[in-house]
Design a binder for this molecule. Structure first.
Ligand code: NDP
Length: 294
């Protein structure tokens, strides 16, 4: 079985370079998807309180037979649980649902630009959880450059990761540069461009002529090429699938190498168009979701 290479987070903790994402994975399918991923060699699962499947992620991990300490569990605090005490409680809810004492990487799912003090209080709770050994690393998601800068100015621990929309059509180069400057690992969501096709609008990156040609040259799929592109650029990638053949396909990316010309050709596919919600428009009014107790 292929063993996954690790990236090192800015606090020295290792994170497997590729993980299984479970956004939109129905709870009923989650346990099997997680078990299958662990069976083929994944050692990292990315979930979130807001995905409603943390319990099933925990079950998949326990049923896999892979020792807990060999698995990297990442989850996210939703905006309804921002605030210092609320976020500490958010950790308790997630840990209980996952059935673990410690979470490997706990991140804030979004910035709340219109209530940034609440976002800061939530992050300070993450810092406390880190100091108390309840989590091994902390970070953020969907933070834009101005959110990162404000966070760095007002808190103590540099986030280990920022998980952001990142695929060939939307690469956020300025944000990635800021990450590099501060030692923040860029973690790509929709790394095979899911957001470009699962909403049924726009052009799918899986069918992109440049990517398909590179894939054919290597005898690989378009999805594998996009994942390889992310990995060779030093990014953590977390592709989602509920299908065993695709779960295996997405993990089979450690036996080929893209040339610098191929990497540059994919870099050149940037469109400047975001697929997901505009991070500055996230508010408690339009994205409210109460996270149930464990
Ligand atoms: P992905 O780029 O991982 O694409 C997932 C989609 O591609 C699904 O529709 C899946 O369908 C399909 N698919 C998977 N593998 C293949 C393949 N080899 N060939 C063809 N189609 C394939 O998109 P996601 O948006 O799901 O991103 C991945 C993860 O990132 C999420 O699951 C989540 O963990 C995280 N995320 C975080 C966000 C955030 O705000 N922080 C936002 C969005 C995602 P099927 O399951 O049927 O195979």
């Amino acid at each position: 079985m292929t063993s996954v290479p690790n990236f090192k987070l800015n606090n020295g903790v290792g994170i497997p370079a590729i993980g299984l994402g479970v956004f939109q994975t129905p709870p009923a399918d989650t346990t099997a998807a997680v078990q299958e991923a662990l069976r083929v060699g994944y050692r990292h699962i990315d979930t979130a309180a807001a995905y409603g499947n943390e319990r099933e992620v925990g079950e998949g991990i326990r049923m896999s037979g892979v020792p807990r300490e060999h698995i990297f569990i990442e989850t996210k605090i939703w905006i309804n649980d921002y605030g210092f005490d609320e976020t500490l409680h958010g950790f308790e809810k997630s840990a209980k649902k996952l059935g673990v004492e410690q979470i490997d990487l706990l991140i804030l799912h979004q910035a709340l630009p219109s209530a940034f003090d609440k976002t800061l209080a939530a992050y300070r709770a993450l810092e406390k959880l880190l100091a108390d050994g309840k989590v091994r690393a902390i970070g953020v998601s969907n933070f834009m450059p101005e959110h990162i800068k404000s966070l760095l100015a007002k808190t103590d621990v540099v986030p280990a990761v920022n998980q952001i929309e990142l695929h060939p059509y939307f690469q956020q180069a300025t944000l990635q540069k800021l990450h590099r400057k501060h030692g923040i690992l860029t973690q790509a969501w929709s790394p095979i461009g899911g957001i470009t096709f699962y909403r049924g609008s726009g052009k799918s990156s899986l069918e992109d002529a440049t990517i398909v040609a590179i894939a054919q040259a290597h005898g690989k799929s378009a999805a594998q090429v996009m994942l390889r592109w992310g990995l060779q650029h030093g990014r953590s990638v977390i592709p989602k699938s509920v299908k065993p053949d695709r779960i295996a396909e997405n993990f089979d990316v450690f036996n080929f190498e893209l040339t610098s010309k191929e990497l540059a050709a994919i870099d050149g596919l940037e469109t400047g168009t975001r697929g997901g919600p505009e991070p500055d428009f996230i508010t408690l009014d339009n994205f409210s979701r109460v996270i149930p107790e464990a």
